[in-house]
Ligand binder design. Structure first.
Ligand code: FES
Length: 194
């Protein structure tokens, strides 16, 4: 038999315990937000490099993000030279009667087409219906890079903007097809990154 008195006492005890629990709380306090501290500690533990990490290029690592302002000048000497050589080319400044065409062989696509000197290597390929890789289309990553097979890239193209390739890369023939305009005929392997 269930004794109603005992049941009543049990219920009272339970109610007292529950009330005490809510009255005093658990004592647990949420920790302070330490995410910023963790980020700073991790940053301190990463050794500084002489140059931007190649894989950072796609998020602007070749620029101020990877190297503090003021230090960049000396450390990015080669890249700066490349920018100076390449900077300032405006394809829209080419008058209609100054447009010239060059034969560009796209090795992987197996075809040679004429590309105007005011047309990018990427645009010309897309006009043919070829699906070449790209991302920013502004010379800020290396997604669209291709390798010119005939020699240093700047012997065959000029970039309207180049924030991703170093001199050494271009010496090996790499160019950014989204911002590269031909200045001579050449063969290119599309989809090749330094
Ligand atoms: S697509 Fe980013 S540099 Fe060409």
């Amino acid at each position: 038999m269930v004794d109603p008195v005992n049941v009543g006492l049990g219920a009272v005890v339970v109610l007292v315990v529950v009330a005490a629990h809510y009255a005093t709380g658990t004592g647990w306090e949420p920790p302070a937000d330490i995410s910023q501290e963790v980020i700073e500690r991790r940053a301190e533990s990463v050794p500084e490099t002489e140059f931007p990490e190649p894989m950072n290029r796609s998020i602007g690592g070749a620029g101020a993000g990877a190297i503090p302002a003021g230090e960049a000048e000396g450390e990015l000497g080669e890249g700066e030279d490349a920018d100076e050589e390449d900077a300032g080319f405006d394809p829209e400044a080419i008058a209609d009667d100054e447009v010239e065409y060059y034969e560009v062989e796209y090795a992987k696509e197996g075809e040679t087409i004429e590309v105007a000197n005011n047309e990018t290597i990427l645009d010309a390929a897309e006009d043919e219906g070829w699906d070449l890789p790209y991302a920013c289309r502004q010379g800020q990553c290396v997604s669209c890079a291709g390798q010119i097979q005939d020699g240093p890239a700047l012997d065959y193209v000029r970039h309207s903007n180049n924030e991703a390739l170093f001199d050494d890369d271009m010496e090996e023939g790499y160019c950014l097809t989204c911002v590269a305009y031909p200045t001579d005929g050449f063969t290119i392997e599309s989809g090749e990154q330094p």
